[in-house]
Design a protein around this ligand. Structure first.
Ligand code: G1P
Length: 294
């Protein structure tokens, strides 16, 4: 019997250098995909997968994230007084329950492994999810669920640890964590190895770690000791590699679409995809795009 996945970690301390100057004074996680901050889309995905407690590992200049997941009394009061009940209800539906969020700070940019480790006391001794906030996923395949829900399903089947993967072109693998594939069941497979940012031409496959993880709490003790890896940072992949010596890891090929909103093209594509999936916008957006594209 596997334990239920109740808590998720969102490492949101990143500087967003790929998106300057937009991210000079706005956290990159607060840029919007249609009408919701990128981070809200990712929190929605976690909530759909059954997550009840949202742990944000933030940093300097990110206080607005905390405000976003809180009440905004003046705004809510004004909306009600002006009869904007629909807008008010939408805000209330997004608001996490009291006590369902935690915020801690990663004081220095020491890497993703370090960011996850910062959440150790809040997570405690239970398996948990990690969602990288740059990656926005969309249900569009046969399974009609976003990525984390598919990972939770795989976890319920296999236990252990689960990582979502995507396919990239061989010349792009050096930018990611890459996994080696063992017994392959199609939608899921056994992971037999992993490497963070392999040198060009050396990646064991074209399946990259795409930003959704389910991990056992044993990862924390490992992350505490793991040496700096690729880019001089404490890498989550290096910690997982160590944990894989003692515990099983399975990969999930997400049946749907993932957008890397940390890149300009990915961000624009996410906006286009979410606009086309929005019943209030789809028709006019499609027509406008047709005109624009000639
Ligand atoms: C991180 C992870 C990497 C993963 C990637 C997905 O890298 O370390 O394993 O493939 O996210 O975007 P980063 O993008 O922080 O360099």
């Amino acid at each position: 019997m596997t334990k239920r996945i109740r808590k998720a970690v969102f490492p949101v301390a990143g500087l967003g250098t790929r998106f300057l100057p937009a991210t000079k004074s706005i956290p990159k996680e607060m840029l919007t995909v249609v009408d919701r901050p990128v981070l809200q889309h990712v929190v929605d995905e976690a909530r759909e997968a059954g997550i009840e407690h949202f742990v944000f590992v933030t940093g300097r200049g990110k206080a607005v994230i905390e405000d976003h997941f809180d009440m905004s009394y003046e705004l809510e009061d004004t909306l009600l007084k002006r009869g904007k009940k629909k807008e008010y209800d939408a805000l209330m539906a997004d608001l996490p329950a009291a006590g369902a969020t935690s915020f801690t700070r990663q004081q220095a940019p020491l890497g993703l492994g370090h960011a996850v480790w910062c959440a150790r006391d809040i997570i405690g001794d239970e398996p948990f999810a990690v969602l990288l906030p740059d990656m926005v996923t969309m249900a569009s395949g046969k399974l009609r669920s976003r990525c984390l829900a598919q990972c939770v399903e795989a976890y319920n089947q296999y236990g252990g640890n689960v990582i979502a993967v995507e396919q990239v072109a061989p010349e792009e693998t050096h930018q990611y964590g890459v996994v080696s594939i063992g017994k392959d069941e199609g939608h899921t497979f056994e992971i037999t190895g992993m490497v963070e940012k392999p040198a060009k031409g050396t990646a064991p496959s074209t399946s990259i770690i795409s930003g959704r993880y389910i991990l056992g709490p044993e990862i924390f003790g490992i992350l505490e000791k793991v040496e700096k890896g690729a880019g001089g940072e404490i890498q989550l992949t290096d910690g997982m590699k160590e944990l894989a010596k003692a515990q099983a890891f399975h990969g999930v090929r997400f049946d749907g679409k993932t957008y890397d909103t940390g890149s300009k093209l990915g961000f624009l594509m996410a906006n286009a995809a979410y606009a086309l999936a929005n019943p209030d916008l789809a028709e006019t957006f499609r027509a406008e795009m047709k005109t624009l594209l000639g």
